[in-house]
Every structure is written in structure tokens, then in C-alpha cells.
Design a protein around this ligand. Structure first.
Ligand SMILES: NC(=O)c1ccc[n+]([C@@H]2O[C@H](COP(=O)([O-])OP(=O)(O)OC[C@H]3O[C@@H](n4cnc5c(N)ncnc54)[C@H](OP(=O)(O)O)[C@@H]3O)[C@@H](O)[C@H]2O)c1
Length: 298
């Protein structure tokens, strides 16, 4: 199996490269930076490619591409987020027109204005989002489904594991003293996604029989409470702080005044209400085998 992986220098893309290499696949890895750590990309051949700039002039022949490259930020400059996440996806599609296109999307495409309760795939996209990241991820999904001859879209939520560049680092920006400030009560449920399970789902998606529907939620086997997840994440990283919950109605006016602040409306929407996914389709159709959420020491 010949696989191209974009975003290979990132958290998810690196895990996909290593899983594919371990399965004996021939992997072509792409990231934006000039060079990649060979261990991070599982020893794959690596090339630098800014997906927002242009399509690839001389793409390798592959059977599938796993598209992980993205500007994965909730407060980034909108123009750059759209350039990478939508225009970049267009360029990746144009570079690999005739193979299985596995698009790593996000559960951010579900409605941020109401709880996501065991959401099924047909419940997104919606016509309202809180930031450029979610809106561009939703638009990119639509582009992929419209253009790719053979696409599979995966929607993970809250990906965690060794090498996490997003979830834990962002959380730690809200540490004050020995407390981690978190919107809400900590008692609501959340679907977490182990990065190695997501990487396995990407390989399953790369080889699955073509068919419809081809959009799948990806998460661990059962939701956990926000408080349980946060305490596990912090303990596994050896960070000696505890969550301190701030009621969402107190934070929302502040978030309206400081829309790009660390406790912005998107962050409030992610932590204060339930965000859980129905993963039945991935289990039944892709053969995805989810594991329980667990945070071994890093
Ligand atoms: N982490 C999560 O919790 C989570 C949850 C849901 C969905 N996702 C999705 O999973 C995917 C991977 O996210 P991640 O957590 O692995 O993020 P990440 O660690 O920040 O990795 C992002 C990757 O995209 C590359 N990239 C960024 N801009 C680029 C550009 N203009 N051209 C080419 N490559 C570019 C980066 O390359 P360089 O580092 O070399 O610049 C890096 O390899 C994204 O599509 C994200 O939306 C992540």
C-alpha cells in the first residue's frame, strides 16, 4: 500500500505515518517545515510543501492520501486558517485526484450553539460557527465530498496522546498558580480520541470498500466527564495543577469583549456543555475498534 500523508510533522499526521510504516506501507510524508525528524514520520520519505500555496508539481503515485495538514487553532488569523484549511485542501485534492482521499476533519463541524449529544454524522455541517477554524473545517469537508471521486471524512474530537500539540498545550495556557481555569462545571460528558486509535482509523479509511455514507465520527469507546479527562491529562503529563471551574455565564461577557482571548466563546462552547459523538457508523462500516479513554504517564 502506497500512502501520502499531509501534516506529517504534526501530532496526528506523525502518528498516521508511524502506524502506516509499522504496517509495512510505503509512506510519502509532507509537512510545511523544511525538514522532519525521521522518527516522527516513521522513517518515511519527507518533502516540504505549503499546501496553501499551490498543488504539488510532481506528486508520488499513491493508493491513498491521508490529509491531516491544517491550521489547527481556535484563535488564528482567519485569512491564514482559510488559506490552509480550505484552499490547502483544494490543492491536496488537485494533487491526488485519482486515489482514496481520507480527510481528517473535526467534530468542530457540529453546532457550537447547542450541546453535541451522541451526535450522528448527518447533524453537521450547520450554518453557524464561532470561529474560522470550525467554519473552514466544515467548508473543506463539503469540498472534499463534492470533488473527490473516493473520499472518506473522519471527525475526531479532543485528540490526546504523546506529542499532543493542541489540546494539552492550549489547556496549560489557562493555568493560574496551581489551578487550571475551565469553563462550566466539569460534570458534562465529552468524547475523547486517543491519537493511536485515530491513526488506526485513518488506515482503515484508506483501505475500506468505497461506499456511502462516507463520513465517520471517531472517538474512544465511551464518553467521560470533562473533570475526569482533565485530571487524567494533567496527571499523565506530570503537571501538578487541578481544574477550577468558572460558570459559563460569568465568562461569556468577557469572551464577547475579548473574542481572541484564551477563554473565548469557542473554548466555552467546548467545555461547558456536552460534546459527545455516536461512533456506531465507524465501528459497523470501517471496522473501527475503539479503546476506552486512558491516560498512561507520558
Ligand atoms: N488535535 C486535536 O485535538 C484535533 C481534533 C480534531 C481534529 N483535528 C484535526 O487533525 C488534523 C491534524 O491536527 P494536529 O492536532 O495534528 O495539528 P498539528 O500538530 O498542529 O499539525 C498540523 C500539521 O499541519 C501542517 N501545516 C500547517 N499549515 C500548513 C500549510 N500551510 N501547508 C502544509 N502543511 C501545513 C503542519 O506542518 P508544520 O508543523 O511543518 O508547519 C503540521 O504538520 C487537523 O486537520 C485538525 O483539524 C485535530
Amino acid at each position: 500500500m502506497r500512502l501520502a500523508v499531509t501534516g506529517a510533522t504534526g501530532f496526528v499526521g506523525g502518528a498516521v505515518c508511524r502506524a502506516a510504516a509499522a504496517a509495512g506501507w510505503q509512506v510519502s510524508a509532507f509537512g510545511r517545515r523544511a525538514a522532519a525528524d525521521a522518527r516522527h514520520v516513521g522513517g518515511a520519505a519527507y518533502r516540504s510543501w505549503d499546501v496553501g500555496a499551490a498543488k504539488l508539481a510532481d506528486p508520488p503515485e499513491v493508493d491513498a492520501v491521508v490529509h491531516c495538514a491544517a491550521s489547527a487553532t481556535d484563535t488564528g488569523v482567519a485569512r491564514e486558517v482559510w488559506r490552509t484549511n480550505l484552499l490547502g485542501t483544494h490543492h491536496v485534492l488537485a494533487s491526488f485526484p485519482d486515489c482514496r482521499f481520507v480527510h481528517v476533519s473535526s467534530a468542530s463541524v457540529y453546532d457550537p450553539y447547542r450541546p453535541t449529544v451522541r451526535a450522528k454524522e448527518h447533524e453537521a455541517p450547520v450554518d453557524r460557527y464561532l470561529n474560522a477554524y470550525a467554519a473552514a473545517k466544515a467548508a473543506a469537508e463539503q469540498l472534499v465530498l463534492a470533488i473527490a471521486r473516493d473520499a472518506v471524512v473522519l471527525r475526531p474530537h479532543a485528540v490526546y496522546g504523546p506529542g499532543d500539540t493542541t489540546l494539552l498545550p492550549r489547556l496549560l495556557q489557562n493555568v493560574r498558580g496551581t489551578r487550571l481555569l475551565v469553563p462550566g462545571t466539569g460534570r458534562v460528558l465529552v468524547s475523547m480520541t486517543d491519537v493511536d486509535s485515530l491513526a488506526r482509523a485513518c488506515l482503515l479509511a484508506a483501505t475500506a470498500e468505497p461506499g456511502w455514507p462516507n463520513v465517520f465520527n471517531i472517538a474512544d469507546s465511551a464518553p467521560v466527564t470533562i473533570d475526569w479527562a482533565l485530571r487524567g491529562l494533567l496527571a499523565s503529563a506530570g503537571v501538578p495543577v487541578r481544574p477550577a471551574y468558572v460558570p459559563a455565564p460569568l465568562l461569556t461577557p468577557l469572551a464577547l469583549v475579548f473574542p481572541a482571548g484564551r477563554l473565548n466563546r469557542y473554548v466555552i462552547s467546548q467545555f461547558a456543555v456536552e460534546r459527545t459523538l455516536d461512533i456506531t457508523a465507524a465501528i459497523d462500516r470501517l471496522g473501527y475498534e475503539p479503546a476506552p479513554t486512558a491516560f498512561p504517564p507520558r
